[in-house]
Design a protein around this ligand. Structure first.
Ligand code: GLN
Length: 290
């Protein structure tokens, strides 16, 4: 990020607000569906300490799938690689993030930790008797280790519960049938809760630095590069190259190894469920950082 100048980002921010807004918010989570599509936040944290900020720093938003690499990181740290990769693979997927077809083709073994099946399988490994305590364990660890103030947004959780997610239910059933989860209800409900962990843009960027500081950074970053944007990952890896993770809230976290973290929040999504403005920004930044 050394070669990235404030003026360059400023120029991008100035331009995008004038451009057409395309894309969608997720229809199946009402509070995310109804969010104002214009809201925007961006922070860039350089490892030397500089913080650059645009948009609304006070906005809070759910991480949704951006929690997935942190579930992975937590379990690698607490249980080790063998336990984790017995439950989930490291391969890129070629179907959407909630695809049952993908899981069935893989005989119930989730292809990677960053699609829903993989994260539900890993949620089954968290310590704790209830979804509440499992989510709380992850939350406390992230806040302590990552210098964050994440919280469970109960209004988002209520909204997630308000429309039954048949995709995730079928994935859990398939995982259980094949012996990759032991408690279907517990795994799915833990997964639902951790997706509702929420914070501000600074929390998201701090989480990125937590990955960089970890002894498991290489493995988490490699999986983010190959799988973080679902079926769009390969194209993005070639064009942009930063390990990145998206969520259907419009949250997007990107890591520039040895340099820093880029956190962006903009709710309008493309067909793969990745923030359009976020991807546009990262593509732009990659021209300065490569
Ligand atoms: N909770 C969401 C779901 O399971 C998260 C998906 C996402 O952010 N891509 O559909």
């Amino acid at each position: 990020l050394a070669r990235l100048r404030v003026e360059d980002i400023q120029a991008w921010v100035g331009e995008v607000h004038l451009s057409d807004r395309k894309g969608q918010t997720p229809y199946y989570i009402p509070v995310l569906n109804q969010v104002n599509p214009e809201i925007f936040a961006l922070q860039i944290h350089c490892l030397e300490g500089e913080i650059l900020s645009w948009g609304d720093e006070t906005l809070t938003f759910p991480l949704m799938s951006v929690i997935k690499p942190f579930l992975l990181l937590y379990l690698l740290t607490h249980l080790g690689e063998d336990a984790v990769f017995r439950r989930v693979g490291k391969q890129a997927s070629s179907y959407p993030f909630n695809s049952l077809t993908q899981l069935q083709e893989d005989r119930g073994f989730p292809r990677n930790p960053l699609i829903n099946s993989g994260a539900i399988a890993l949620a089954d490994l968290l310590a704790g008797e209830t979804p509440e305590s499992r989510c709380e364990n992850l939350l406390l660890w992230l806040n302590e280790m990552g210098n964050c103030q994440l919280f469970l947004d109960r209004s988002v959780l209520e909204s997630v519960h308000s429309s039954p997610n048949v995709h995730n239910q079928s994935l859990s059933l398939e995982l259980e049938k094949n012996g990759y989860i032991s408690h279907r209800y517990l795994a799915l409900e833990t997964y639902n809760r951790i997706c509702c962990l929420s914070g501000k843009i600074a929390d998201l960027a701090n989480l990125g630095k937590l990955i960089l500081a970890s002894s498991f950074a290489d493995i988490v970053l490699e999986i983010m590069t190959n799988c973080g944007l679902y079926e769009a990952s390969e194209k993005f890896a070639i064009e942009v190259g930063f390990p990145t993770k998206s969520g259907v809230s419009g949250a997007l976290l990107s890591i520039v190894p040895q340099q820093g973290a880029i956190a962006c929040y903009s709710p309008l999504l493309n067909e793969q469920g990745n923030s359009i403005l976020g991807l546009n920004l990262l593509t732009y930044i990659s021209h300065f950082v490569k």
